[in-house]
Design a protein around this ligand. Structure first.
Ligand code: SF4
Length: 713
């Protein structure tokens, strides 16, 4: 007798990863138990059947043999990675008991629930805030990704939305500024390709190195990192100088065009060339191309805002379509993110009705400083003694990672990590809980890179004893006595109630229709009914004081803000830690196929620098600064300026010779005016060879954990 035929059905889902594309998926489910091929939904007008390779291989990730499947308790010294399996009941009792004890001894603010965007589903990602608010635990400032670009965008535009990104297919010029969509939101390229094929549109990429996107562009401008504001000023200077500035538009829609014109008179291409390192002619050509193309769409990335002057850079670039009036045209304008357009009522998800604004807020990007007792970061409150971590891997991902590891090494810190794999952070936990993946639970999704609301259903049972974030929070709430309606509901009930409370169709309708296209009318998305500012105008002169406490240093009008981690004789290079195509932060680093494609931790070095320092292609090099030292392999590259280094990231620390990851070099300084991680604003030295570096285990570093070797039953 032959084997019974495998049952195959194709079911709808949504990509939950930290990517603006939030792709609508079609997932092959085999025998109701396993995932097969994953495709983009062709019927979704943004996804258009296109997804990235790493998610198309998702079966490798969801059925990975290294997934966590049981609750674990640490049985060896902290960081020893020795665990034994325990029951869910014991695990949750221990976590709740620890948090209750900490609260009794030090106050509730000594517990810090910590999370970010390991999933972008609103219920499973943000539900941790419900437990936080009901229990009066310390609050969290979400600074690691969006605060710098968002404040820069708000400075001029006012709120986070803009022209529909599908309009890129109707553009004559697309400028991808400070992003690499080939690696980080591949759907952008599908719409760009249509514009190129059907309209002969040009693609310009502004990025300090020849990324995958820059490699396929018509024009690539590679400014020195942190100088984008100067380039933007020069383009606007040319617009005024050569008669491309739309004075009629600005008179109606902008705050102070005359002041801007006077200010930019001394900020022409020659001035910008000296700051950016770009050839004068390249700046002139780009400025003429941009200013002479009414249907020009600037797709703004996050990268160029991850700098101490990142908010100022974002603001400066967002001024361009206001000077030329490009916002008025279909296929014209600019977009950073649509994340502000969904008007969610998140009371139920986040327990906002229990939020006490008097409770302190800790900066997630500065977790190293927080855990090592920085009084200012602790807001003069109690030391953090308890962490509950979901959807985040701060030991690898956060800046100044050597300091973060010292914090996690504290004997008086209790850590519970709810995770899918034994990440570097999980290895330092006292209790590790196994987490579901997106096809194993229900959730609700918005998109930053387009306009759709979607629901992702549970498609298969999780392996072993994995539980969703929502289920873990329910279990803890029951033990801690945290009362809130959200803890009594299923994830799908919360999805449905949130949709209704926010003015969107209910869950049944969204599921039946596959998605809701929440796109704004053209006039609103293009700000023809006014910008979402109190005076209805775009602000060339922002009210920075309204955007953050550290506003005194911000430029009054768009400018090159000089406050970057500038090079010096002892650290003469500028380092950018751009995203790798086959990873997404540290998601996907466990997949062998992604590891093979990325090969090994590598730094791109300009040929002139390599020759001067005796660095061979493929040879080991050391990068360092006052915060730490990292060993990588060099790749000799062009497409970047001498003095610039690029390391595509984020490899787990154990992948590096020496066991120290790239974020040992990045600073946890907050970018003004409102904080934000400055990952691409790092001055370093570079040396050939790896001779003097010792593995942290040999150097006796208390904050180093060996690789996870399995569980004792
Ligand atoms: S492009 Fe982004 S949203 Fe789409 S499948 Fe890949 S990671 Fe997910």
């Amino acid at each position: 007798m032959g084997q019974p035929a495998q049952q195959r059905e194709v079911l709808a889902s949504v990509c939950p990863h930290d990517c603006p594309s939030t792709c609508a998926l079609e997932v092959e489910v085999l025998d109701g138990r396993r995932i097969g091929a994953v495709h983009g939904a062709a019927a979704n007008s943004y996804t258009s059947g296109v997804i990235c390779a790493k998610v198309s291989r998702y079966a490798e990730r969801i059925h990975h043999p290294d997934r966590l499947t049981q609750p674990l308790m640490r049985v060896g010294p902290k960081g020893s990675t020795q665990f034994r399996a325990i029951s869910w009941g014991e695990a949750l009792d221990r976590v709740a008991g620890s948090f209750s004890g900490i609260s009794a001894r030090h106050g509730a603010e000594a517990v810090w629930p910590y999370y970010y965007a390991g999933t972008m589903g609103l219920v499973q990602r943000d539900g941790i805030n419900r437990l936080r608010h009901v229990m009066r635990y310390s609050r969290q400032r979400l600074t690691i990704c969006t605060s710098l670009p968002e404040l820069g965008w708000w400075a001029g535009v006012g709120r986070s939305w803009g022209p529909d990104p599908r309009e890129m297919a109707r553009s004559d010029l697309i400028v991808v500024w400070g992003g690499n969509p080939v690696a980080t939101q591949v759907n952008v390229m599908a719409h760009v390709s249509r514009a190129r094929k059907e309209r002969g549109a040009k693609l310009v990429v502004v990025d300090p190195y020849r990324s995958g996107t820059a490699a396929v562009a018509d024009v690539h401008l590679a400014p020195r990192p942190g100088t984008d504001g100067a380039l933007a000023c020069a383009v606007m200077h040319v617009a005024f100088r050569d008669g491309h500035a739309d004075h009629g538009y600005m008179g109606r829609y902008a705050d102070c065009p005359d002041a801007l014109e006077a200010h930019l008179a001394s900020r022409g291409p020659e001035w910008a060339a000296a700051i950016t390192g770009l050839p004068l002619q390249d700046i002139e050509s780009f400025a003429r191309l941009y200013c002479g193309t009414p249907r020009s769409y600037i797709r703004l990335g996050y990268g160029f805002a991850r700098s101490r002057n990142g908010a100022a850079n974002m603001h400066a670039v967002s001024c361009l379509p206001t000077v030329t009036g490009a916002w008025q045209h279909k296929g014209g304008g600019a977009l950073w993110s649509n994340r502000g357009m969904y008007h969610w009522d998140k009371t139920l998800i986040e327990g906002l009705d229990a939020l006490d604004p008097a409770i302190r807020v800790l900066d997630m990007s500065r977790i190293g400083s927080v855990l090592t007792g920085d009084r200012r970061e602790l807001r003069d409150g109690p030391q953090v003694h308890g962490l509950l971590i979901q959807n985040q891997n701060p030991l690898t991902v956060c800046p100044d990672s050597n300091r973060v590891r010292r914090g996690f090494a504290r004997e008086d810190l209790f850590v519970c990590v709810h995770e899918q794999f034994m990440t570097e952070t999980a290895r330092w936990a006292d209790i590790v809980l196994p987490a579901t993946m997106f096809m194993e639970h229900d959730d609700l999704y918005q998109a930053g890179g387009h306009t759709h609301i979607q629901i992702g259903r549970k498609l298969i049972e999780p392996p072993g004893e994995c539980r969703s974030n929502h289920e873990v929070l329910q279990g803890l709430a029951a033990r801690l006595g945290a009362a809130h309606a959200g803890f009594e509901m299923t994830a799908m009930q919360i999805v449905d109630a949130t949709l209704r409370a926010s003015g969107w169709p209910d869950a049944e309708t969204v599921l039946r229709e596959s998605w809701v296209d929440a796109a704004m009318p053209f006039d609103d998305a293009h700000f023809l009914t006014g910008f979402p500012q109190p005076d209805g105008r775009f602000h060339f002169a922002p009210d920075w004081a309204a955007l953050g406490p550290d506003h005194a240093c911000m430029p009054r009008l768009p400018d090159h803000m000089t406050s970057i981690d500038e090079t010096a004789p002892e650290q003469p290079f500028r380092l950018v830690t751009a995203p790798a195509r086959n990873f997404l932060n540290t998601s996907f680093t466990e997949m062998r196929s992604s590891q093979r494609r990325e090969s090994r931790p590598t730094v791109l070095v300009h040929a002139d620098d390599a020759a001067r320092l005796g660095i061979a292609d493929g040879g080991k090099v050391r990068l360092g600064n006052a915060r730490g030292e990292v060993i990588l392999h060099a790749r000799i590259a062009d497409g970047l300026q001498p003095g610039v280094l690029v390391s595509e990231s984020i490899w787990p620390s154990e992948a590096f010779d020496g066991g120290i990851g790239i974020n040992a070099l990045t600073s946890d300084d907050p970018g003004p005016p409102g904080g934000g991680a400055v990952f691409h604003d790092t001055a370093v030295w570079l040396r050939a060879g790896a001779a003097t570096h010792r593995h942290p285990r040999e150097s006796g570093d208390p904050g180093w954990a060996p690789a996870f070797a399995g569980v004792t039953n």
